[in-house]
Design a protein around this ligand. Structure first.
Ligand code: AMP
Ligand code: FE
Ligand code: FE
Ligand code: ZN
Length: 283
């Protein structure tokens, strides 16, 4: 079993990198990537923890939210050298823009009559990348909503009253950065971007020419029909196939290990392209 998409306390997950590694080993996972949103700060701890479990390969990754002409597209950098200066600089820039946006979300909620404090949101965030899901959790704690998606719909989604935009890199920038840091670039859960096969074919063709390595075809939000389409596109364009759970440890159905039984040989060609600084192998 493999899992190339997970989140820890360094972004919006609830398990520490060390806990994730332990859970992966216990679940019999052979290779697992930590892909926190906009940070690689948890990856050193994660690689070390993975190296302490026999047979467990750890991968240092990161998830970007890129902004395209058709909305937000998530991209994974897998097996990156986390000390790469250009990568660090971009991640700092994104997090700074996030901080400023978060302050503005808080004042928007306050003006709407929800007296949330910075400390409360920080408490739900724990680590260093605070985001909208943490605002949602804090709103739920106060009893102002019942679910994360409800908070998004009523307050935080684009067009809702407490929505505030922030800086996002373009997909092209993300590809260049991740390749520069020695990593594999994969498009995460592409169906959240578009379900239009023709559109995806054209975009992926362009991205492939720039260095895109893989498409995440196995993901909880990718259904059977969509997966068939994505596998077809990967085959046509000569792209590798990636697989992940997007584990955050929050929802009760969150489970480590990519869903829908990805083929056994999926991991090796991906691992073979990653920076040696972005991988650890337990022995
Ligand atoms: P941020 O990066 O702080 O802007 O928050 C984006 C994150 O919020 C995404 O990565 C998702 O995990 C989550 N998210 C976005 N839209 C929704 C939604 N409608 N319902 C629940 N979670 C969402
Ligand atoms: Fe997330
Ligand atoms: Fe995502
Ligand atoms: Zn994710």
């Amino acid at each position: 079993m493999v899992d190339f998409h997970t989140h820890s306390t360094f972004s919006d997950g609830v398990k520490t990198p060390t806990e994730l590694a332990g859970q992966a080993a216990a679940a019999g996972i052979a290779a697992i990537a930590l892909t926190d949103h906009d940070t690689t700060d948890g990856t050193a701890e994660f690689l070390k923890a993975c190296s302490e479990h026999r047979g467990l390969t750890g991968v240092a990754g990161v998830e970007f939210s890129a902004e395209s002409d058709r909305g937000s597209l998530h991209m994974l950098g897998l097996g990156v050298d986390a000390s790469n200066p250009a990568l660090c600089e971009m991640l700092t820039r994104i997090r700074d823009s996030r901080d400023e946006r978060n302050r503005r979300i808080l004042s928007a909620l306050n003006s709407l009559g929800y007296s949330l404090t910075w400390e409360e949101v920080e408490e739900t965030a724990g680590g260093d990348v605070m985001g909208r899901p943490h605002f949602a959790q804090a709103m739920i704690r106060r009893g102002w909503a019942e679910s994360i998606s409800e908070v998004f719909e009523r307050f935080l989604s684009r067009g809702a009253p407490a929505y505030v935009s922030r800086f996002h890199p373009s997909p092209e920038e993300v590809i260049a950065l991740v390749k520069g840091a020695g990593g594999v670039v994969s498009v995460a859960h592409p169906v959240s971007w578009s379900m239009d096969e023709e559109f995806l074919r054209e975009k992926f063709k362009t991205f492939a020419a720039l260095g895109l390595d893989a498409i995440e075809c196995y993901h909880p939000r990718v259904g059977n029909k969509a997966r068939a389409m994505l596998l077809r596109l990967a085959g046509e364009l000569g792209l590798l196939v990636s697989a992940g759970s997007d584990y955050h440890g929050i929802e009760s159905d969150d489970r480590l290990g990519a869903p829908d039984k990805p083929p056994e040989g999926l991991a090796e060609p991906l691992l073979a392209r990653m920076s040696p600084y972005g991988i650890s192998r337990g022995n």
